[in-house]
Ligand binder design. Sequence first.
Ligand code: HCA
Ligand code: CU
Length: 384
Amino acid sequence: MSLEHFAIIESTLREGEQFAGANFTQEQKIELATALDDFGVEFLELSSPVSSPQNEDDVRAIVKLGLRARILTHIRCNREDALRALDTGVHGLDVVIGTSAALRRYSHGKSIDEIIDLARDVLSFVREQAPHIVLRFSTEDSFRSSEADILRVYLAIAELGVVNRLGVADTVGVAAPNQVAQIVSLLRRLTHLDVEFHGHNDSGCAIANAYAALEAGATHIDTTILGIGERNGITPLGGLIARLYMVNREMICNKYHLDRLYALDHRLAEMVGINVPFNNYITGATAFTHKAGIHTKAVLANPETYESIDPADFGLHREIKIAHRLTGWNAIKSRAEELGLSLTDNQLKQITQDIKTLADKHVIDMTDIDDLLHERAAANPELS
Ligand code: HCA
Ligand code: CU
């Protein structure tokens, strides 16, 4: 398990740019690149310089920032794209070519043998041009490609001895964790190269697949902020962090500046015109909200009872909701204490029943609770 030695390839500025709502300006890209660097991601992947003149300028501008994160750009498997990318001064190239029957037929029209010849040519060419650059080779739509075909491709490329890393891409989100683990461990065993996983979320497995990849020995995981990307996107940065926090809290707290996650998610949402979903990992509106009486009683006594993530590790706070029919008297008691009101346990139990009856009739809020508590305390002069 390489769970402690993995690196994040943050692709908000490449895969994320393929999200329907994304139209980043250069200022926004610089803001995101800087914020992701502050968070601590190891790599930033940027759209190919050939995709538009503005994108070329953006790559150059981000390289010039001199961030701690290494800058990669994502290119098709041809010499011209590679030369244009190298000219920008990036630290690494992520080269990709489709290997599934559908992509071979409808996209580039090449056979597996032709793919191998082309990739050998392009990758060796890049290595001659830039002996020290980080070079990755990936097959697009790896999980709908024939396993025999992609193994032939990967082994031929590994044998060349010019790439640092092989990439596996679940381009249309069809893979399940065991399939990801199988191909990743096979590649690690057969090539000893670093292995990267890029997983789309069409069937909701993107985080589990990324985690399975790491467990199987993957060294690099692709993420985007909030998971944005083509269709419904890829492994979200915050979701991967939440998953890894469960396994090794200390490692994840030391490796990244977790208190920056909330701002990253919310700023990105604003830039691409969406809301952070209520159920988002860590930064969603209700991620640390406790409601049922049974839960709130235990959380008030010790938050670990119903929390696997401590919001404080992310600079966030838990919320205890008490204005509803599922409320419990321990939570009401705690609210009375916060307000400095003295009420007996019996009175608090009665107030709780009254609140439940009220909440059965209409939606209530904290003012209703506070009013009731003040009212009963005032009628109780010897205690208040
Ligand atoms: C795409 C390409 C890609 C590339 C992934 C990679 C994918 O279809 O837009 O280079 O590892 O999902 O296959 O994002
Ligand atoms: Cu993708």
